[in-house]
Design a protein around this ligand. Structure first.
Ligand code: IMP
Length: 204
């Protein structure tokens, strides 16, 4: 008989959860989300790197719930801005701001920078922890360029300004199927699949 281990995905974001469920589908896991755990405290994401925020979220959530927990954190790093917005991607233009306001600030800060110097990457880090602490960390990167005007109505966040290497369309112009195949999150989650598979095998 197949044994299913419970995996808590430390997010309340339905889009992320769907993507994670799809990618991890054939593992022997019963996936639940932060919304399924009553009283789960919000982890304060106050570390100085994307990686440390993902680790903190996974470790604190696993310690609280005693469950195997996967947490991810992501952001955009722009070379001409010395890696900004980076860990501050969600609140680049201030607390509680909208995606277009962040995009406007990004374009303002890159004004006058020629296209060849507008190199950037989306980074996604996925951390796995259990009640004993951190198990492992993996990372996915999507390299590309920040263009000068927004294009496309799909996706979210900085998608209308980002063209991944090898593409002509922005992330916001690609279909979700294509974006979810080449994105930093997809790459991190495929590595997370291998990390979880190893974890399950070691405990069989
Ligand atoms: P999160 O903490 O992983 O949800 O992501 C932090 C921020 O990074 C988001 O609010 C977005 O501003 C940015 N970001 C992360 N992934 C993407 C993406 O795939 N497209 C556009 N923006 C993203």
């Amino acid at each position: 008989m197949r044994m299913f281990m419970k995996l808590l995905v430390a997010t309340r974001n339905k889009h992320k959860l769907r993507e994670i469920r799809e990618i991890l589908a054939e593992l022997d896991l019963d996936i639940v989300s932060a919304s399924d755990i009553p009283g789960l405290p919000e982890v304060v994401e106050d570390e100085s790197t994307i990686r440390d925020n993902a680790i903190k979220k996974a470790v604190e959530t696993a310690r609280f719930t005693k469950m195997l927990t996967l947490a991810d954190d992501s952001g955009l790093e722009v070379d001409a801005l010395k890696g900004a917005p980076g860990v501050h991607s969600a609140r680049y233009a201030g607390e509680e701001v909208s995606y277009p306001e962040n995009n406007k600030k990004l374009l303002r800060n890159l004004r006058g920078v020629p296209l060849e110097k507008r190199t950037a990457r989306f980074r996604c880090v996925a951390a796995l922890a259990d009640a004993n602490g951190l198990v492992d960390v993996v990372e996915g990167i999507s390299n590309g360029l920040i263009i000068e005007t927004e294009r496309g109505g799909g996706g979210f966040g900085y998608d209308p300004l980002f063209i991944a290497d090898g593409q002509v369309k922005t992330f916001a112009e690609l279909t979700p199927e294509v974006k979810n195949r080449i994105s930093h999150r997809a790459k991190a989650l495929h590595k997370a699949w291998a990390m979880l598979n190893r974890y399950l095998r070691e405990r069989q």
